[in-house]
Design a protein around this ligand. Structure first.
Ligand code: ADP
Ligand code: NI
Length: 218
């Protein structure tokens, strides 16, 4: 099986697995991450096959939807094991998936390959800007979080446990994660794209606060 066929089969599998999602992790999120990753790849000397496989499979084992005792991305590994792939490729892809997620403002990034940096940036670009705003509130609804509660200030979580167990509102999520992503992009290409998306979020929050405080009423 050639690489193009493997990518296409993987895309078809993921499209079907993610068809019913309403938490902002639907097929089109995966599709955008795939396309973002390919765009970043054009400026980096990375293995585009590994990047694409990791982009397509990156959310299959996400901690937000799977209760797993260990870090191994079991579903992604199961899929890769069903394909005629060199074990070094499967290992590289699984390693990226293991480290891709944001785990709290104070938690170090453990990503350690160029391919991983690219996929992580591609995923993070889809968490910011206009689409990022839409996804944050979609996920907030899915996780039963309030839009905003002025009595609970944002927290910069020092551990993944704290971040994972937090039940705070979606506006806080901007201060706890989304506004921090611009300065945590790995590649120059993603840093550049993030600038404008970041501005869109700042404008949105400014207007949200104005309306909340009734400052646009007179
Ligand atoms: P990651 O694995 O780094 O969290 P994802 O692809 O799973 O990346 O994307 C996470 C998405 O879920 C983002 O769009 C983010 O805004 C949303 N999200 C995660 N946690 C929250 C939260 N506490 N409140 C609102 N949205 C959230
Ligand atoms: Ni994702």
């Amino acid at each position: 099986m050639d690489q193009q066929t493997i990518i296409q089969k993987t895309a078809d599998y993921i499209r079907q697995e993610f068809s019913n999602d309403s938490s902002g992790h639907d097929w089109w999120h995966v599709y955008r991450v795939w396309q973002n990753a390919l765009a970043i790849c054009q400026h980096e000397k990375a293995d585009a096959f590994i990047v694409q496989l990791a982009a397509l499979l990156h959310d299959l084992d996400d901690w937000k939807f799977n209760d797993s005792a260990d870090e191994t991305p079991h579903r992604a590994k199961g899929w890769l094991d069903s394909l005629p792939l060199d074990p070094s490729i499967t290992d590289a892809v699984c390693n990226i998936i293991k480290h891709i997620s944001y785990k709290g403002a104070g938690v170090d990034n453990k990503m350690d390959s160029l391919e991983g940096f690219i996929v992580q940036d591609a995923d993070r670009l889809d968490a910011i800007g206009a689409i990022g705003i839409a996804r944050a509130f979609a996920y907030g609804g899915f996780a039963n979080r309030p839009l905003y509660n002025p009595d609970s200030p944002p927290q910069l979580h020092a551990s993944f446990e704290e971040y994972k167990n937090s039940k705070s509102d979606t506006i806080n999520h901007f201060y706890e994660k989304l506004l921090l992503l611009k300065d945590r992009m790995n590649t120059p290409t993603a840093k550049r794209i993030a600038e404008q998306r970041h501005e869109v979020m700042l404008k949105f929050l400014d207007q949200f606060n104005k309306e909340w405080d009734g400052k646009d009423l007179d």
